[in-house]
Design a protein around this ligand. Structure first.
Ligand code: WTA
Length: 693
């Protein structure tokens, strides 16, 4: 192990690397896949080499329809605030809908699969999508008075009303900010405040795990929270899961809450011309967790983003207009924005939206959907694959479907799980493409081009064409590929899908993503501004990348990014809690789970009830996905002499691994006390409350 991987900055402990799997052999794509692939020209890597940067990206821009052609591919004058396709004007809604009508109006744009199996699938054609989006755009413009540049918060689950709303806002040039439906009302409130939204769009209810869940109640919490902090929400638009029927218990607030389905009646037949937007104008905000408590609004552009997701959906996912494509992610995450809505619809494909959970009512559900819709491209996350493998290892074989292409995203996939995906789900005939990227990057960074590069279980591929990854050690020295050394993975060049800034905090954007390895902060040459991903990784001799995890304070649970500070401040909202530290614990299905360590203020007795209140606070502030596995009430935290909590030690205790060096601690004796009480680690089902101080 090199020194470079031990440093504080890369945070990649030896244990982490040791636990990581070995390199695997190659699997080659089947000949019939290659024959039909969108990209089988190996020269693409040459065309997108750094020598041809940034002009190579004209190839992606040409996949779109522009109202006004761009005059410059990349303007670097305000580096690292990149400006792609300068001078060009376009509209995302036009590109995802209108341009397909002449040839394909009668084709399905969205297959909506409700969770209750007795409710039949709804097939929304491009023409129908056009009608719904136009009417909604008219409502948003005329009833809400929204105009280009305004921000609107959406807090919606997986129904077609969500992409309809997004595309209607995009049609007007209004910036949408969709908050994952599973997040709490409070989390939506925070995002309303940060984005300065005056309109919240939600739904009354949706199905999940066999229940019709009241969602409207979260809107009331969100609006109240925003109001408390001075952000007044003037209108709440409420879709109805069953139009004409209100499925929530929470009352509507007079003069503030409106049923979309009622209002829409006034706009039937309306058509709204798509606003010609500057390429650089923002399309949406997507909030994500980072190193400090406050989630940051990643601002994505219209032209660069849409070009990038269209190009990558076409070449990496191999989406053809005739494909039935299904990504099981939630549209509330970046994966859903890029690869359920914007990429596939821009290509004129049919995209599946499933409302519910994968195993409802049984472990065969996903495979029945795949069979009945004849899905041929499937995109999911390792956490879902692990769960499906555990629940029904033989289920896929019982159904008559055949994928040609399968994507994974969000976290590393174990080779064993990869092989089940390949052999059982793909039936040995589909390519598997492991895609590594981030909310910030808009689209894929590393992946194999499926007809050109072989697959390697457990590794994301090399940089996709136009993406040039590089690894630096903590001192900024280059770590060449093939040395078995990990470091900070960065991207040498900008690319059109990259986010433009953090909404309202450009200084943080520069500091967090670009400063670290920038040699000249005044430079306007892109070569001086490597993008810092915040992941630790190793690049093999063949250029394939193995991602080891985050170097910052982010825990990846089931592929969802949770900020440690967000979790800890939720725990600290319980008045009896004095200190809180959260650490990731390995989990068979979820990949990682949070373990919460807390200490109490003097005079407070630890109790199961208190631990429960900590759990409830986290669920209320963030949402059920953030619920910790355990809440350990400890007499004290292991601390450095300067008083910093040593989360690494707590993480090792929780994972049952070697605690490592405790010499530098101010209170080394606490480690034994916590460890003895926490014996059993990951398998222990009961919360352990450590009472002895
Ligand atoms: C991790 C999701 C390993 C990584 C698109 C990254 C991955 C973070 C992979 C971004 C992968 C994502 N292999 N790790 N294929 N894909 N990650 O913003 O740590 O929700 O920085 O974007 O997930 O998560 P985010």
């Amino acid at each position: 192990m090199s020194e470079s991987t031990k440093g504080k900055g890369s945070g990649t402990s030896e244990a982490q690397i040791a636990a990581h799997w070995q390199e695997e052999r190659y699997y080659y794509p089947p000949a019939d896949f290659i024959a039909q692939a969108n990209m089988k020209d190996e020269n693409i890597y040459g065309r997108f080499s750094l020598d041809n940067f940034p002009d190579c990206y004209r190839e992606y821009a040409d996949l779109l329809e522009w109202f006004t052609p761009y005059t410059e591919v990349l303007d670097t004058g305000s580096a690292p605030r990149w400006h792609w396709f300068k001078g060009g004007k376009l509209n995302a809604s036009h590109n995802c809908i209108d341009r397909h009508l002449a040839a394909d109006k009668n084709k399905t744009a969205i297959h909506f699969v409700p969770e209750p199996e007795e409710e039949r699938t709804e097939h929304i054609t491009y023409q129908e999508l056009y009608v719904r989006v136009n009417e909604m755009a008219a409502l948003l413009r005329d009833f809400c008075g929204l105009k280009a540049g305004d921000r609107v918060t959406l807090h919606m689950p997986m129904t077609p009303d969500l992409p309809v709303t997004m595309l209607a806002l995009a049609r007007l040039g209004v910036v949408h900010s969709q908050v994952f439906g599973g997040f709490s009302g409070g989390a939506a409130g925070d995002r309303i405040i940060d984005s300065g939204s005056e309109v919240l769009i939600t739904i009354d209810a949706y199905h999940r795990g066999g229940k019709l869940i009241d969602h409207k109640e979260k809107a009331d919490i969100a609006v109240e929270k925003a109001g408390d902090e001075g952000q007044k929400v003037k209108k709440v638009l409420v879709w109805q899961r069953y139009p004409g029927r209100y499925s929530a218990k929470t009352p509507m607030v007079d003069g503030r809450d409106f049923f979309v389905n009622d209002l829409l009646k006034q706009y039937y037949g309306e058509r709204v011309p798509p606003a010609p937007m500057e390429s650089d104008s923002p399309l949406f905000l997507m909030y994500t967790s980072g190193t400090t408590g406050k989630p940051k609004g990643c601002q994505h552009s219209t032209g660069g983003y849409l070009a990038y997701v269209t190009g990558t959906a076409k070449y990496v996912q191999d989406i053809h207009p005739e494909d039935v494509y299904w990504c099981t992610a939630d549209i509330g995450w970046i994966t859903g924005h890029s690869y359920i809505v914007y990429g596939p619809l821009s290509l004129g494909a049919s995209s599946v939206i499933y409302e519910g959970i994968p195993n409802y009512p049984d472990a065969g559900r996903l495979w029945r959907i795949a069979q009945d819709l004849d899905v041929n491209i499937f995109h999911t996350a390792p956490t879902a694959i692990r769960a499906l493998r555990k629940l029904g290892p033989d289920e896929p074989g019982k159904y008559n479907f055949q994928f040609k292409h399968m994507t994974t995203v969000g976290e590393p996939i174990e080779p064993e799980v990869w092989k089940w995906y390949y052999e059982v789900v793909g039936k040995g005939k589909a390519v598997v493409v492991d895609t590594w990227w981030q909310t910030e990057t808009g689209g894929f960074l590393c992946a194999t081009l499926p007809a050109i590069k072989p697959m390697k279980p457990g590794s994301a591929g090399p940089g996709i064409p136009g993406i040039h990854p590089v690894v630096f050690d903590d001192e900024g020295n280059l770590v060449p590929p093939g040395q078995g050394k990990a470091g900070n993975i960065c991207i040498q060049n900008p690319w059109p899908g990259g986010f433009q800034t953090i909404y309202g905090d450009h200084e943080r954007f520069v500091r967090q993503y670009y400063s670290r390895f920038c040699k000249d902060p005044k430079s306007t040459d892109w070569r001086d501004w490597p993008y810092v991903t915040g992941d630790a990784a190793m690049i093999s001799a063949d250029g394939y990348v193995r991602i080891l995890g985050r170097v910052d304070d982010v825990i990846n649970v089931s592929g969802h990014r949770l900020g440690t500070k967000e979790l800890e401040s939720a725990a600290l909202s319980v008045p009896e809690i004095a200190e809180a530290a959260v650490v990731p614990v390995r989990h068979e299905i979820k990949g990682k789970e949070p373990d919460m360590y807390v200490s109490v203020v003097p005079g407070v007795e630890p109790s199961e009830e208190l631990a429960q209140r900590v759990r409830d606070a986290i669920t209320a502030e963030i949402g059920p996905i953030a619920r910790p596995r355990k809440v350990w009430i400890v007499p004290d935290m292991p601390k450095t002499r300067s008083g910093k909590i040593m989360r690494r030690i707590l993480a090792n205790i929780s994972n049952g691994t070697e605690v490592g060096d405790t010499m530098t601690l101010a209170n080394p004796e606490i480690v034994d006390i916590i460890q003895q009480a926490a014996v059993g680690g990951a398998d222990d089902t009961k919360d352990c409350l450590i009472k002895d101080c």
